[in-house]
Design a protein around this ligand. Structure first.
Ligand SMILES: O=C(O)CCC(=O)C(=O)O
Ligand SMILES: [Fe+2]
Length: 353
């Protein structure tokens, strides 16, 4: 009997257009059912954060509607010019084999996690979060990271979509300046998927077996964010549309911008005693997506970070982490927001003849 393998179709939840919208300008997450509801539910707090005049409110409405309606129409045809891709891949990829002793094998990872110098546990109480060096022998190499940034820094000039602001609109989860979505560069398949499958799956199987870690992580959304004077300088408190998040500090040179973490967002007083974790260029912080967190204001310099949202369809198909309901599935491009429809039934082609 032969079987026909249908390609996997990823989806988003319909709540994308209504729930948990982040208004960066006023550092506020809102539910959006329409103008009247927005005024009723958030009028006073918006007012206290500077949304004062009718013009401010209309601007806010315009931005939200535009942000969400652009989703699904990103610059998907754009690709980084080919000569730049191998360089970018090499620079990202080069340090990684070390994490698994050169082949991504689990025992080597597990040794490192349990006390080797290459992995150190952050001080997040009860919430394992690890910082991973990206260079051999646990050393942090700022040079590596600077080199990695170099090709990316061409992106805004190369991308007409970025100039039109579509990249950040297509993404729109809190950053006005999401620098680039890696799938728009054509880097999902050659770079981020292997990173997830070969290194992050084994690592998260050890660290987060209870929230989608391991081979349950079947999709991702990866992007680079940038903070700079006169642009975004901080990120308000939020939780991610992800089961787990890897956040790697790429550079450049900066002060401030520490991440702060509270408890899981469902917990009472989840942000009562936040814990600050400083970024260290060349190191990554792995955390649960549902943990409340944000980024303190940048002091000086420019901060660029690679953020990979790791998603487990088996977890999120049951409950959308954004609306906390059974997801209402809408077909989407690529990995969508990591939801899947029921697996298609196996077809017995013999029965068709
Ligand atoms: O580094 C940043 O500013 C992004 C932090 C964040 O939201 C995350 O790690 O999920
Ligand atoms: Fe986040």
């Amino acid at each position: 009997m032969a079987t026909a393998a249908a390609p996997r179709r990823f989806c988003r939840c319909a709540c994308f257009c209504t729930e948990n919208l982040y208004v960066a300008r006023y550092r506020l997450h809102v539910r959006f059912r329409g103008e009247e509801q927005l005024r009723r539910d958030y009028g006073p707090i918006l007012h206290s954060r500077g949304c004062v005049s009718p013009k401010d409110f209309q601007q806010l409405l315009g931005e939200q509607v535009e942000l969400r309606s652009h989703r699904g129409h990103p610059a998907s045809s754009l690709r980084l010019p080919l000569p730049l891709v191998p360089g970018l891949l090499l620079l990202f990829y080069h340090p990684l084999p070390h994490l698994g002793g050169g082949n991504g094998k689990l025992p080597s990872l597990s040794r490192r996690c349990s006390g080797g110098s290459s992995w150190r546990r952050s001080r997040l109480p009860g919430k394992p979060s690890f910082q991973a060096p990206t260079t051999p022998r646990g050393r942090t190499s700022t040079t590596h990271c600077r080199m990695k940034l170099w090709p990316l820094s061409f992106w805004p000039q190369l991308s007409t979509a970025h100039r039109r602001g579509q990249t950040s609109k297509a993404f729109s989860s809190g950053w006005r300046q999401c620098l680039v979505l890696l799938h728009e560069l054509g880097l999902d398949e050659p770079l981020v998927t292997p990173l997830r499958e070969r290194f992050l799956q084994p690592l998260t199987a050890l660290l987060y077996p209870d929230c989608g870690g391991g081979s349950w992580l079947d999709s991702h959304r990866a992007f680079v964010v940038k903070y700079a004077p006169g642009q975004d300088r901080e990120l308000g408190c939020h939780y991610d549309n992800a089961e787990l998040t890897l956040n790697v500090a790429l550079g450049k040179t900066f002060t401030g911008g520490a991440l702060y973490f509270g408890n899981l967002f469902q917990a009472p007083s989840a942000l009562a005693r936040p814990l600050d974790v400083e970024h260290v260029v060349g190191q990554g912080i792995l955390h649960r997506g549902g943990q409340l967190h944000g980024a303190r204001p940048l002091g000086t310099g420019e901060r660029w970070n690679l953020v990979i949202w790791l998603r487990a369809s088996a977890v999120r198909n049951r409950l959308c982490p954004m609306c906390c309901r059974k997801p209402e599935l809408v077909d989407d491009d690529g990995f969508g927001d990591g939801f899947t429809r029921e697996e298609p039934a196996t077809v017995d082609v013999c029965a068709l003849t």
